[in-house]
Each structure stands twice: as C-alpha cells, then as structure tokens.
Design a protein around this ligand. Structure first.
Ligand code: GLA
Length: 713
C-alpha cells in the first residue's frame, strides 16, 4: 500500500465516516454525517470538500487529519507529545508520524502510524458501538530504544465538519453540577483540563456541537474517571482547509507516563454520536450505555426505591433511631435502606475515621447484623456508604500507614474535608482497603455500596513521582477486584455528588449520584443536563427535606416527589418529620414510580420544548406507553401558560391520555374537565405533538405527570 491514497468508509445504522488514507503520509476523516448510500464515490466526496492552497500557507499545506502534529506549519495542539531523556535534560521531540498500515473490519478501522526516526508506533482504533456510537482509542509503543516520556496522546482527534458551529460545554460546582453553556464556536476554540484527579464538577468530558441551521447534533465524551484534556483548535495557522479539530484524552503530570519502563500506553475510549436533535442524541447515548457500558443489567432492573439516611439523620445515628427510620421507610414503600456516612470507626462528624471500615461499637454494639435483619424483615434490602480511597489523619488506618497517602516528600499534607487520599499504587494499601471492604461484604448481607470520593487529588504525588494518571487505574483495579469477589453487590459512584461521572466508572457501577443538591428546582436543571448523556435509571433522584438543607428553599411534597420520579427514585428525608398528608403524597408517588419505572428505565427520552423558559418538560416513550413530566418553576398567569406539546409519538396512532393522581393541590382547581382527565382523553399522536395539552402551570413549583397509552388501531 506504499504511497497509495485510499478511501475507506465506516458505516453505522445512521452514520458514515469516510477516511482518506495516504500511506507514507496522513490519515484524515473527510466525511462525518448521515449514512451515505452504498456505492457513493468516495474519491469524489473527498474532492468535493478539498481546497487548493492559498497564498499564505506553507508550500505543502499540512493535513493534521486524525493525528495532528506540530509539523509542517500546523499551529494547533498536537495529538502526541514526547520528550526524550538525555543525560542532563529532557528534550521535546519533533515528531513525524506517518501512516504505514491500516486494517478494516466490518465495523472497525485500525490505523498504524510510525515515526521512523524515533522508532515509535501509534495505533488508532475507530469502531462503531451500539446505536451508531463511534468509539476511538489510541495506543503508543516505543520500539526505538530511546528513553522517552509521553506527555500527551489524544484518544480522539476529530476534524469537525464546519456546519457544527455551535458549542455546548458544561461547568459546575459542588451542588451545582452540569451548567450548560452554549455559544458559537469562536476562533479561540475551546480548552478544558481537569486537575482534581477526576472529571470534576466543571466537566469537560461531555461536549455538544450543533449545526444551528438543521439542529444536527454531535455529542462527545471521554470514558475516563481521571483527569482529562479536551480542546478544540478552531482557527489554525497552516490549516489545510479551515476545519476545527476536537481532541480528547487523559491528562497527567509531565514525566508520569514513561515509555522507557512501561510497555506502552493506551488511552481511554473517546466516544461520539451524531443525531438529528438533542432528544435523538440522548437516545443514542442511552442506548449505548444500556447495551455496552453498564454491567449486565439482568437482576438490577427494576431499580429499587431507596431511603438514604444522609439528609434524614446526618451524623445523628443510633441503632434505635435507624430501626425506627427503617419502619417508617417500609411504610411508604421503600425497597432499599441505605446507611450513609457515620456508621464506622469513631466517625461522629466528618473530621475523623475514614480508613477504619469497621462497624462502630458505640452505635452498633452487636455489629450491623441486628439492623440488617430488621431491614430485611421489613422487606427491604440494605446498602452502605463507603469512601475507600480516602483516609482521615485521625484514624487507626493512618496511624498504621502514615506513608500510605498521596503526599510530596517532606512537605505539608494539606487536607480537604479533613481528609487525605490513599496511595492506591502501593499494593499494601490497596490490599488493606480491599480486605476491610471484603470482610464487611462477607460478614453482612449488603446489596449495595455507595462508593464516595470527596477529595481532590492534590498533591498527586507518591514515592514514584506523580500518580495523577495511575491512581485512576488503581481505583478501577480495586473496584474491579471487589466486584469480582462480590458480583451481586450494586455500586453507586458518588463524588460529593456528580464529581466523577463518566462511562469508565459506569462500566463498573450501577448508578451515579448526580448532585448533593436534592432541591427539586435545582434538580429540574441537573437531571435534564445529565440525562442528555445518561439514562434515567442510573441517575439517583431523591426526595429531600423541606426546607432543603443546601438551598434553604421550601417546596411542596407533591412537587418534590414528581420531580424525583424521573430518575432512580429515592428518599433522603425522615418520614417522621413529614405531615401525614406529605407522607401519603410521597407514598402515592413511590407507588406511581413502581408502576412506571419499566417505561422510565427502558424507554426513549424526549425533551419537551416549551416557550416558557421556566417550564421544564421531559417524557419517556416505551412500547406504546409514555410518561411525561411538565414542571413550572416560576409564576406564570394561568392564561399565559402555553400548552405542553408532547414528543416521540406516532402521529397516526391514538393515545389515551390521563393525568395520574395525586394532582398538584394548588393547581388542580384550574383544571377544566377533571373527570375526562381521570377517564382519559383519546387523541392522536399528531394532535398531542402539535397542539399539546393546556395544563394549569400557574403556580411556581407545580408539576404534572402525563400518562399515555397507545390504543389498538
Ligand atoms: C458526600 C456525598 C453525600 C453524603 C456525604 C456523607 O458529600 O455526596 O451524599 O454521602 O458525602 O459525608
């Protein structure tokens, strides 16, 4: 194939990628879009988008393609950065990787690049996953015998078709995850690097590019629970055709990835999907998550309703208090009782005892057995909170393993939330943590672990130098080892809320904790943002207390409960502190959730567009059934509220539409024809999607559920 120029296409059900492969030179992706017809002339396709050289370009305009480098005048971020260790210094290598081979399989393309001077190979794999999701990975091997360190290798370098000119990224904070920011893709491009040893609240591991003219949407993700680097170089000097290039990869500290000692390095997987709009994009990500990411689903759907002790009791734990809470939980329909922080060692507040994963005799004189037996006798199973990667300086574990935390030699050990991070690269530490967790899971009937991670990784240093990258691999290894020993135990990934949410951790867990913020109004922003990528069944969604402990806002139980149904529902409040009416309302919504979770957790999610920015709507359709939520967060006079238009229905089919009760108390007297809403109106999909339903959404914090059932033709 030497010196040849070939065209190769990769087809998914709805997407085609066309690559131009020039052996001895570059590889480029010249088409990314809707599925092309068979027989398309790929040479003509490439020619149609190629441009001639203009006056101020290098004589041979560089083709950054799918492996951009700083050679030949291209000024963007290189996909690969290597340094060579000489006797006295590290010298940056001028790389020159050329395509030397490629292999094509029905749904995969493997490209091999070689730098002849350095003797280094890079292999890129591009393959189609479930639901036309495109996955990409790269690996590098040093066959040249030089002493090299790798500073960067992008998992994905994707030339972006120019129609994708609108960019949406996310920023966030503790209790304020996934704030969406949309703007034109400016010449400055985009750059986001996380530094906390996890994707973090200001995640750059999720990104959306859109064509404003057609609504066509490209969603991108890096499946990695450590630090990432995401960038789009949009206005590059020397660029052959002006396309932007998007890159995603893991990030680490200089010198950490040593190609001298390591066999090589393989990136995590980057993924992207193309869809006709935001709802279709969500469905694409959800289908991929369900089919290819989440641990075998059998046995863990349907998702049980949780009661979590954190916002119910906090650190105010006693065996009798928990027994009482369990009785109250069972009475409202809870199926899993989760004991959060405070059950172990001397942990009476958050300053102490992380690392001592033994049951506190002060609270549980006879261990956890009596509580678990009690919970099980009430028909629930039992879950437990742990934070295995962390240690409190005030703990027996720390006193026994003082050198076992991440720290810079002879420097202070700054804490965060009063804690330090364990060095999981040290086999003695990882093993000691494993043994404690393993002993707990062996001794007790524990169905579920809420695995938390509440501290950033600073300094990410150990005796071996920086461990910013390796710590994540060892976290995976620890979790994998525990799951292999206890495959029946479900895992939730939590990191002060949504600080570590990605397909890497989700391939080893069953749900994530999207935010510590249970305020329903906040959740109406946070859940739609996460569910752009993640299916509702993995998004923990709890009814918290009122007033909410984080925002101070009060909200009616009806509103809190309806909002919490759209996720993996739970309760994080003490039923004993609710009025009888609130408890009854909550129990009724838990019953509704049980009735509808088969739809919510298997169906297609649709965002409902509404002219009022204070109305949020989402809807899930599945096998002729659908449940929608329409929620109002601010005041809107009754005649101003536009009808809620539904989505994802068959226009010609007829549906029975009901509004499941309980109805929002303050709004229900605005409802015309209550009886017909109870019996059900029969309307076509076309009418429901075009005209919609005039629901009373007058009062702030009003939410309605809309149930649909397709009638036989
Ligand atoms: C983190 C979690 C919370 C709770 C507390 C307990 O903040 O996100 O849900 O478990 O820890 O300390």
């Amino acid at each position: 194939m030497s010196g040849s120029r070939e065209f190769v296409r990769l087809d998914g059900a709805a997407v085609t990628l066309v690559f131009t492969l020039e052996t001895g030179d570059a590889a480029d992706c010249v088409y990314l879009g809707a599925r092309l017809p068979d027989g398309e002339d790929l040479a003509a396709l490439a020619a149609a988008t190629a441009r001639g050289r203009h006056e101020s370009q290098p004589d041979v305009p560089p083709v950054p393609g799918v492996l951009p480098e700083g050679k030949a005048g291209w000024s963007g971020t290189p996909a690969v950065c290597l340094r060579e260790r000489t006797e006295h210094a590290f010298t940056e290598c001028a790389t020159d990787f050329r395509l030397v081979a490629w292999e094509q399989y029905p749904t995969e393309l493997i490209l091999t690049f070689h730098d002849a001077l350095l003797g280094v190979d890079i292999e890129q794999s591009w393959w189609l996953g479930a639901s036309s999701m495109v996955c990409a990975e790269a690996s590098i091997t040093n066959g040249g015998g030089r002493m090299l360190v790798l500073d960067r290798l992008s998992a994905l370098a994707l030339p972006i078709p120019r129609r994708f000119s609108r960019l949406t990224s996310y920023t966030g904070r503790w209790a304020g995850e996934m704030r969406e920011h949309s703007r034109p893709l400016a010449p400055e491009g985009f750059a986001r690097t996380s530094v906390a040893g996890k994707p973090g609240f200001a995640g750059g591991n999720w990104l959306i590019l859109e064509d404003p003219a057609s609504g066509e949407t490209l969603g991108v993700h890096l499946a990695w629970s450590g630090d990432h680097d995401t960038r789009i170089d949009a206005d590059m000097v020397g660029s052959a055709d002006g396309r932007a290039i998007l890159q995603m990869g893991a990030a680490w500290d200089g010198g950490e990835v040593d190609l001298e000692h390591d066999v090589g390095y393989r990136t995590p997987t980057a993924l992207f999907a193309l869809a006709s709009d935001r709802s279709a994009l969500a469905q694409c990500f959800h289908e991929h998550a369900r089919a290819a990411v989440l641990p075998a689903r059998k046995g863990w759907v349907p998702r049980k309703v949780h009661l979590n002790s954190w916002e119910a009791l906090g650190f105010n734990l006693s065996e009798s208090g928990l027994m009482r809470l369990a009785v109250d939980a069972a009475a409202i329909g809870i199926e899993r009782f989760v004991l959060d922080d405070g059950w172990f060692g001397g942990r009476r507040d958050d300053t102490t005892s992380l690392g001592d994963w033994t049951v506190s005799p002060d609270i549980f004189p006879n261990g956890l057995g009596p509580l678990i037996d009690h919970v099980k006798s009430l028909g629930m199973d039992f879950g437990l909170w742990v934070e295995p990667e962390m240690v409190s300086p005030d703990s027996d574990f720390y006193r026994a393993h003082r050198s076992g935390c991440l720290h810079a030699a002879d420097r202070d050990r700054p804490t965060m939330r009063g804690q330090l991070v364990l060095n999981l690269l040290d086999p003695a530490i990882s093993d000691a943590v494993f043994r404690q967790l393993d002993a707990l899971l062996r001794e007790y009937d524990i169905a579920y672990l809420k695995w938390d991670h509440n501290r950033d990784l600073f300094p990410a240093k150990a005796r071996v130098g920086s461990v910013r990258n390796s710590q994540t691999k060892y976290f995976y290894a620890l979790l994998d080892r525990l799951r292999a020993a206890h495959p029946q135990v479900e895992i939730e990934s939590c990191s002060s809320g949504g600080g570590r949410i990605d397909f890497g951790v989700l391939s080893r867990s069953h749900r994530v904790w999207p935010s510590d913020n249970n305020d329903a109004i906040e959740r109406l922003r946070i859940i739609p943002a996460w569910s752009q990528f993640l299916p509702l069944e993995v998004l923990g969604s709890h009814v918290g207390p009122s007033p909410n402990p984080i925002t101070g806002r009060r909200a009616a139980m009806d509103f809190r409960a309806k909002v919490a149904m759209f996720g993996h529902m739970g309760v994080e409040a003490d039923p004993a502190r609710m009025t009888d009416k609130e408890r009854a309302t909550l129990a009724a919504h838990i019953a509704l959730y049980k009735q509808w979770r088969g739809v919510l957790h298997a169906g297609d999610l649709h965002r409902l567009a509404h002219p009022d920015p204070n109305v949020t709507g989402m809807m899930v359709t599945h096998e002729g059934k659908a449940l929608a939520l329409a929620a109002q967060t601010a005041f809107s006079p009754v005649f101003d509220a536009a009808p809620v238009r539904l989505a994802g229905l068959e226009p010609g089919a007829r549906y029975r539409v009901t509004l499941p009760e309980p109805w929002p108390p303050r709004a229900k007297h605005y409802l015309a024809n209550s009886d017909s809403w109870r019996e059900g109106l029969v309307l076509s999909g076309a009418a429901l999607m075009t005209q919609g339903l005039a629901l009373p959404l007058t009062h702030p914090e009003t939410a309605w559920l809309i149930a649909l059932e397709r009638l036989p033709q």
